[in-house]
Design a protein around this ligand. Structure first.
Ligand code: MBD
Ligand code: FE
Length: 287
């Protein structure tokens, strides 16, 4: 098995997949949310997906070997716990587009599989929890949360989570403190916040799991550009889920998860001490 060395332990696709699957079961109750969906809608959606599959089989004369390869792969995705990863990488961006197309405020982006609620509260100004010698270029980010009409949103919550300088997320890769690079900030009376963190590394889909095998079988690449994940919320407003990116990243134009939008690329300035400062504000749509 190919694994990535990390501290004294190894990050395997199956271990991070199992954590992501467990996280999903713990935080979301999807069957509750859709239990009143009318049968006609359920039938329409399932039929259209199946018709798409049938059409592909006929058009490309899919063989029994290929059908069995698909069957084996689908079984393995579940065994590797990689359904959250697969769906968030190849499907969620369209759900997100549809869910937010009415917005006038900030563009959002997908949540992905690695959000954990209730990260430690740091007030309006502070550093995200990090290790004593956390690797990565320091980043000081100042911003303000406003409503669409320009009103500052005092007390808005800014939840931030991101990968470390090796591209690993706490609680999903081994050997990282529980809340490393995860925090909740509360905007001050003017809706402002100031966050100290480090620049994350690009993220690579694990190559030893089922998603990685599909990627290499198709001749694709496994990379997401470096990104910060956010959820921004304030009473009376729609919650914003977003990601922010860094200019010049090799994968801003071909993110495997199709989740980059030009409005979400930061404009960091060198601080002359090896780090960066950046300003980025959020505008939330009234609910
Ligand atoms: C990530 O870090 C991520 O943000 C997404 C969407 C999918 C896989 C890994
Ligand atoms: Fe991510």
């Amino acid at each position: 098995m190919t694994t990535t060395e990390h501290t004294d332990q190894v990050a395997t696709a199956a271990a991070s997949g199992a954590s992501a699957t467990e996280r999903f079961h713990a935080d979301k109750s999807p069957f509750e949310a859709v239990k009143n969906t009318p049968p006609e809608r359920v039938a329409t959606l399932i039929n259209e997906v199946l018709e798409g599959v049938h059409a592909t089989i006929r058009k490309h004369k899919v063989t029994y070997d290929e059908y069995n390869a698909l069957k084996a792969w689908l079984i393995n995705v579940g065994e590797d716990g990689e359904w959250p990863l697969f769906l968030d990488v190849w499907v969620e961006h369209v759900v997100e587009d549809v869910a937010t197309e009415h917005r006038e405020g900030n563009k959002g982006s997908i949540e992905g599989p690695y959000y954990v609620p209730n990260a430690p509260e740091q007030g309006s100004k502070g550093a995200v929890p990090m290790r004593e010698n956390e690797k990565g270029d320091p980043l000081l980010w100042s911003g303000q949360v406003r409503s669409c009409d320009g009103t500052p949103l005092a007390g808005a919550k800014v939840e931030l989570w991101h990968a470390d300088d090796d591209g690993f997320y706490s609680q999903f890769a081994p050997g990282i403190p529980e809340w490393n690079l995860r925090a909740t900030f509360t905007a001050d009376d003017e809706g402002r916040f100031e966050i100290t963190t480090i620049r994350p590394a690009p993220y690579m889909i694990p190559t030893d799991g089922s998603c990685g095998k599909m990627i290499s079988a198709a001749g694709w690449h496994p990379w997401r550009p470096a990104h910060l994940h956010l959820k921004v919320s304030a009473p009376g407003h729609e919650q914003l889920t977003a990601q922010l990116y860094f200019p010049g990243d090799a994968h801003n134009d071909d993110d495997v998860a199709s989740a980059v939008k030009p409005e979400l690329i930061l404009d960091p300035k060198e601080d002359g001490k090896g780090g960066f400062t950046v300003d980025y504000d959020f505008v939330l749509d009234p609910a």
